[in-house]
Ligand binder design. Structure first.
Ligand code: NDP
Ligand code: 2IT
Length: 449
């Protein structure tokens, strides 16, 4: 039930952003959580502050024309939603996926505002991307697309203005092509304008690993509140991209056993030995840009490949959804609960549907919401910006230590806020309240802008 002050605000969000279901879902979750904050401190509802938080500061939509390898002209749509800059320059990734619509980018930008606030670092929230589908495209096509995309986007960026990074379909290769085009168009080697760069040209150590590692650090700390640990646990991780691969790596380092992972075609289960063979998975996914079916084939009899199946049917102690939004439904949640899941950590953005989140909370399953659990990626991006600003480069160990400290800090802040607002152990409430308060405080100080 929404607070009565928030009801008309949400009704307005629905009316003014028709058809953007994912954006509605993300806004609804935050508004559901901040009712108690408003009741305690009505000042936060003054000056249309909540209405302003729900309205992006700027939304940029542009045509991205490019020529494919056959000489045909292709047209895609580019987006950048600069959602909130109260805490710092807009910061958030770029997603290249055929399903990307304005509403997708708005939901991701909105989540990013609170996530970035939770890190405690000086970064505002934004997100961008395109409905470009990188699957099956040659390196030349990817480069030409990235160059065309940046030819419009560059004028909206800057190390003090807006700093994109990767997300689905955008990794170091794409960031490189975009940084090259930005450098060419501006005639500036402005390292701090993009993060997720290569180590040779201004990138930070641990950025590649950061989101997955950070999510595992968060869940580890959460397990500890019940005297549990990863050691000996059966873990399933959906997806097999950047976040999934480094989630698997850290779980293995902590003695857990990841027995299943997936892509949009299906999942693989490997019960024997140490579970998923990470060096092989990296070889196939990162080097060859292959599929989970290729991985399963290379593993032979020890691995079972289930095309088109649901990975959540695999019994596990811990589930880490790390692919995409709404990939884990209420039905999946009930299956996991029936099979005895004790903790769920969202590596992806909003991977669990509201019904699934409700089911986990009601069943007393430890649940780490994405905007807290996957904040390690953007936090390490902020560390990359720090290194760029001081023309410095830190060791792997020092950077990973900073990441671990940041994740533990986020965990503890969420836990404390959940307790303060009467729902101990509810990290969804804790994350939304803690993120909201930091953004709201800054916005109040900055006046009506
Ligand atoms: P990648 O592109 O590296 O990997 C994405 C993975 O998810 C692939 O295995 C992909 O499978 C799968 N996937 C994507 N879309 C779908 C879909 N519609 N249905 C089923 N599977 C899908 O992306 P990342 O690992 O970077 O991102 C994964 C999630 O983590 C996203 O929600 C992203 O927003 C979030 N995130 C990423 C951060 C980062 O630093 N990269 C930081 C914080 C959050 P397939 O190859 O078949 O498409
Ligand atoms: O969703 C996310 O936090 C990201 N894709 C990372 C953003 C960033 O700027 O590093």
């Amino acid at each position: 039930m929404l607070d009565e002050k928030l009801e008309p605000i949400f009704a307005d969000v629905l009316r003014r952003n028709p058809g953007e279901d994912e954006f509605h879902q993300a806004v609804r979750e935050v508004l559901d959580c901040i009712g108690a904050v408003i009741a305690k401190n009505p000042d936060y509802a003054e000056g249309a502050l909540i209405e302003r938080i729900c309205e992006p500061e700027r939304q940029i939509i542009f045509r991205v024309p490019w020529v494919d390898d056959k000489g045909n002209v292709q047209i895609n749509r580019g987006f950048r939603v600069q959602f909130n800059s109260a805490l710092g320059p807009y910061k958030g990734g770029l997603r290249f996926h055929p399903t990307v619509l304005l509403g997708t980018v708005k939901f991701l930008g909105f989540e990013q505002v609170f996530k970035n606030a939770l890190t405690g670092m000086p970064i505002g929230g934004g997100k961008g991307g395109s409905d470009f589908d990188p699957k099956g495209r040659s390196e030349g096509e990817i480069m030409r697309f990235c160059q065309s995309f940046m030819t419009e986007l560059f004028r909206h960026l800057g190390e003090h203005t807006d700093v994109p990074a990767g997300d689905i379909g955008v990794g170091q290769r794409e960031v490189g092509f975009m940084f090259g085009q930005y450098k060419r168009m501006t005639n500036r080697y402005e390292s701090g304008v993009l993060t997720g760069k290569g180590l040779m040209w201004g990138g930070s150590r641990v950025r590649t690993e950061a989101t997955g590692y950070g999510a595992v650090y968060f869940v580890e700390r959460m397990l500890r509140t019940r005297n549990q640990e990863f050691e000996g646990k059966r873990v399933i991780v959906s997806g097999s991209g950047n976040v999934a691969v480094y989630t698997i790596e850290k779980v293995h380092q902590l003695g857990g056993r990841v027995i299943a992972c997936s892509d949009s075609d299906g999942y693989v289960v490997e019960e024997a030995g140490h579970g998923i063979d990470l060096p092989l998975l990296k070889e196939i996914k990162e080097k060859k840009r292959g599929r989970i079916a290729d991985y399963a084939k290379a593993r032979g009899a020890g691995a079972i490949y289930v095309p088109g199946g649901r990975i959540w049917d695999v019994p596990a102690d811990i589930a880490m959804p790390s692919a995409t939004q709404n990939e884990l439904t209420g039905h999946d949640a009930r299956t996991l609960i029936k099979n005895g899941v004790m903790a769920v950590g969202e590596g992806a953005n909003m991977p669990c549907t509201p019904e699934a989140v409700r089911a986990f909370l009601d069943a007393g399953v430890l649940f780490a919401p994405g905007k807290a659990a996957n904040a390690g990626g953007v936090a390490t991006s902020a560390l990359e910006m720090q290194q760029n600003a001081s023309r410095d480069s830190w060791s792997f160990e020092a950077t990973e230590k900073r990441l671990a400290t940041i994740m533990h800090g986020i965990h503890d802040r969420c836990a404390e806020m959940a307790e303060t607002y009467g729902s101990p152990g509810n990290y969804v409430l804790g994350a939304n309240v803690a993120g909201f308060i930091r953004v709201a405080e800054a916005m109040r100080s900055l006046g009506v802008v």
